[in-house]
Design a protein around this ligand. Structure first.
Ligand code: GUN
Length: 283
């Protein structure tokens, strides 16, 4: 029997918890967490993600402000905006939606966001903390994947986990988080030779590529746990990386797209925003 992981339901549960926590902080006169999101240009996918994040904040009572900047903005101008938000006591979380236009160096942006406000967990201080198993501001997508696996009691320790993605947003931090839970981790990417050789060994297979039907039935071990973090749009229909209908019966647990990893990323952003707020309260 295959279990389909219900990311939507888990996301709603987390939202309820966050809503209660925000209400409690407010009643204790600690104030209200506030998230500033910077959206540069008008990438249609980024527009959707930012809208979903903003809506989720509002549903939980978190203040959410979106700063829309044109894609002609210079790196220096963007850094100035971030410095302004870093200094603003009423802003507790700062998120710069990726990707950025090619002329802006994302590493410089991540370096500049104050680490206590870095709700994406991309600042080098927070990436460094992840090395030491401190996940308080860990990147949202990996954090959401781990949350789902743990909620569904998937055994991570000793498992062969294959991740297809080596970005700083998903693959690299996820590999660290799995290693700290004693998994044997293989990280594959576009230069990997014979992908199938790797995927067939996976007890837990995590794909985050954005290529529909990349993962077919013949690439999956019987009984594997399959987590689909990919997202693409074909003819207006949202699709993951996994050929869901055919892979489903081969796996023991599988995430759908939509309704799997996506809502978890948003839920983890809410958690990180409250974590950032509480850390700043203590300063
Ligand atoms: N673009 C795709 N995923 C993410 C994410 O988790 N955070 C940000 N800031 N941009 C993204």
């Amino acid at each position: 029997m295959t279990t389909i992981i219900d990311g939507k339901k888990l996301g709603l549960e987390i939202k309820e918890e966050i809503k209660a926590e925000v209400e409690n902080l407010k009643n204790l006169n600690y104030g209200i967490p506030s998230l500033a999101t910077i959206l540069v240009g008008n990438n249609p996918a980024s527009e959707i993600y930012v809208h979903l994040k903003h809506k989720a904040c509002e549903e939980c009572g978190i203040n959410s402000l979106i700063y829309r900047l044109p894609d002609t903005i210079t790196g220096e101008e963007l850094l100035e905006k971030i410095s302004e938000l870093n200094a603003d006591k009423n802003t507790h979380g700062i998120l710069v939606q990726m990707p950025l236009p090619n002329h802006i160096n994302p590493a410089k942006i991540m370096d500049t966001i104050a680490y206590l406000k870095d709700v994406d967990g991309f600042n080098p201080v927070n990436s460094g903390k992840l090395m030491n198993n401190d996940e308080i501001l860990a990147p949202c997508t990996p954090k959401g994947v781990i949350y789902m696996l743990e909620k569904y009691n998937v055994r991570i320790e000793g498992s062969n986990v294959v991740i297809i993605n080596h970005s700083p947003i998903v693959g690299k931090p996820l590999a660290l988080m799995l290693l700290s839970r004693n998994a044997t981790v293989t990280v594959c990417h576009v230069f990997t030779k014979n992908l199938k050789e790797h995927t067939l060994r996976a007890d837990i297979l995590i794909s985050a590529v954005g290529k529909p039907n990349l993962i077919t039935e013949d690439m999956v071990k019987d009984g594997a746990v399959v987590v689909d973090v990919g997202i693409s749009r074909i003819n207006g229909k949202i699709s993951g990386d996994v050929d869901f209908e055919n892979v489903k019966d081969k796996s023991s647990l599988i995430t759908p797209v939509p309704g799997g990893a996506g809502p978890m990323t948003v839920a983890m952003l809410l958690k990180n925003t409250v974590n950032a707020f509480k850390m700043q309260m203590k300063k």
